[in-house]
Design a binder for this molecule. Structure first.
Ligand SMILES: [Zn+2]
Length: 517
């Protein structure tokens, strides 16, 4: 026995095997091999182990039985020491997940902010961790929600895998490169995340491992994918799904954009950019609660937190203005995009069945896509082939800091026919806080909206605006150093020619298409 506990291993095990504790998880294991992780123990608590002594006994016995030793600990620069469930580690230790080590979180921003060298790999681990934190906070605060260990694990997997589908330089690939090669394409990295997740599970034979850890297939595969992408099936939710609908708001919140994906990237990007982050997700975690709103359970916030949520969106806006859409970041991303477009026909990746795919075709074959990362930049830069000469020269210009020059930036209202860059709070013209519900200390289960005028009269009157940026592609010294902004000396426009009366520009400029993030 451990310490002064009065519960024997046998008693604990019989509890673990009770019908209330998803006993099938433990079937096939004898008492001494019972495996339980933090999430198991919390789950046990909500399923009936409410007595704190029982809970502590169970925890201690499990711990003494080395039940926690198979959890891996990651030392994360933002969240500190993170404990990862063995199934999550099995997912991380695959080529498809490791690929994210080679995709810059902020694409071309690294060429402007020297600290922004972080990758999708660490962000994904952070989102998996925060997804687990949020769902376990809710479970602890509201045991009546009956969140199961299986659901906790699925939420963590969704957090971990939500960005598997990103291409080279993250948003550059789906926001700028693919639309240039395939105009009108609806392909987005979220779609690829679903395909890559299926591929990862299949080629690494993880189905039996998932089942061993208590997941039910194929239902849980669908549940995980819907958390990443939104509903895959247009059928209305059944009663059980309505009660658990709040689980779909943790990793990617389509209702109001407040999710752990943002919480991680605000903290991580700010840290690496050297920009102060005024939003504290630790605090938000403490003031979340699930309430019923119009027949569905949704994540709500304590009413006094409304100003912090406004601050959160101000932080997002600040990161976009100062870093993600910094004019030099955009110039460099345009150059990388131009290079990738010019190289597309000449760089191939072997995919399934020995077939080869161009860069832009690799999105259709996950085996080929696994090999497509930021590495393509070096591949072009160090190439010797004549076919890649044009692309290579563009990247050489980046390394020599001979960049496309920003000619002028102005608010789009002056140019009614061209609207190219959107800065918003994530919901077009809408105020995202209008889509959040709050609860009060006195009525914790009663969800209420809070209008903007109830908060402050100093908040924004509009939640989106558009900008035009015009870049000159000529990178010779006369243009770059002399500040000559006359467009007549620039390369021909490759987008549909537009007239900019205030600039007297009719050709020779590239309109910068900022991405929607
Ligand atoms: Zn993300």
């Amino acid at each position: 026995m451990y310490g002064t506990n009065t519960h024997t291993e046998k008693m604990t095990c019989s509890f673990l095997f009770s019908p209330h504790t998803e006993s099938r998880i433990f079937q096939g294991n004898n008492c001494c091999k019972v495996r339980a992780y933090d999430s198991d123990v919390w789950s046990l608590r909500c399923d009936g182990l409410n007595d704190i002594n029982n809970y502590e006994s169970c925890t201690n016995i499990c711990r003494r039985m080395s039940c926690f030793t198979s959890c891996h600990v990651f030392n994360d620069s933002i969240h500190g020491h993170i404990e990862m469930h063995p199934l999550l580690v099995r997912i991380i230790d695959t080529p498809q997940f490791q690929r994210l080590r080679h995709i810059k979180q902020l694409g071309g921003t690294y060429f402007v902010f020297p600290g922004a060298s972080h990758n999708r790999f660490e962000h994904s681990i952070g989102v998996g961790h925060l997804a687990g934190r949020l769902v376990q906070e809710l479970n602890e605060r509201q045991p009546e929600l009956l969140i199961t260990r299986r659901e906790i694990l699925c939420v963590q997997i969704a957090g971990l895998c939500h960005d598997l589908g990103h291409g080279p330089f993250s948003h550059l690939f789906d926001g700028m490169f693919i639309p240039r090669i395939i105009p009108g394409s609806k392909w987005r990295h979220e779609k690829a995340s679903l395909k890559m997740f299926d591929h990862l599970v299949h080629v690494n034979n993880l189905e039996p491992v998932m089942v061993e850890h208590g997941l039910v297939l194929p239902d849980d595969m669908v549940f995980i994918k819907e958390q990443i992408y939104g509903p895959l099936d247009p059928d209305p939710l059944n009663q059980e799904e309505k009660e658990k609908s709040f689980l779909y708001e943790i990793v990617s919140n389509k209702r109001n954009g407040i999710d752990v994906d943002k919480w991680d990237y605000f903290a991580r990007d700010s840290y690496h950019l050297g920009i102060q982050n005024n939003f504290d997700y630790h605090r938000s975690l403490k003031f979340t609660r699930v309430c019923e709103v119009e027949g569905r359970n949704q994540i709500c916030y304590r009413e006094k937190e409304v100003t912090n949520l406004y601050d959160m969106f101000q932080t997002r806006n600040c990161l976009h203005r100062r870093a993600y859409k910094h004019p030099v970041t955009m110039a460099i991303e345009l150059m990388i995009t131009d290079a990738l477009v010019k190289a597309d026909n000449y760089i191939h990746f072997e995919g399934s069945g020995g077939r080869t795919f161009k860069m832009s075709e690799a999105i259709e074959d996950m085996e080929a896509y696994t090999k497509l990362t930021d590495h393509v930049f070096e591949q072009i830069l160090h190439s010797t082939s004549d076919d890649l000469k044009d692309a290579r020269e563009i990247l050489q210009n980046i390394t020599k800091r001979r960049l496309y020059k920003l000619l002028e930036k102005t608010q789009a209202e002056s140019f009614s026919e061209v609207c190219v860059s959107v800065m918003d709070w994530g919901m077009n013209d809408d105020n995202p806080i209008d889509h959040v519900r709050f609860y009060s200390k006195k009525k914790p289960d009663h969800a209420i909206p809070i209008q903007q005028h109830q908060v402050s009269s100093l908040l924004p009157a509009r939640f989106s605006e558009q900008w035009i940026r015009v870049y000159c592609k000529k990178t010779d010294a006369e243009i770059v150093d002399g500040g000559d902004t006359k467009p007549a000396s620039c390369d021909p426009l490759h987008l549909p020619c537009r007239t900019f009366p205030d600039f007297n520009i009719d050709c020779g400029v590239l309109v910068c298409l900022c991405m929607f993030v």
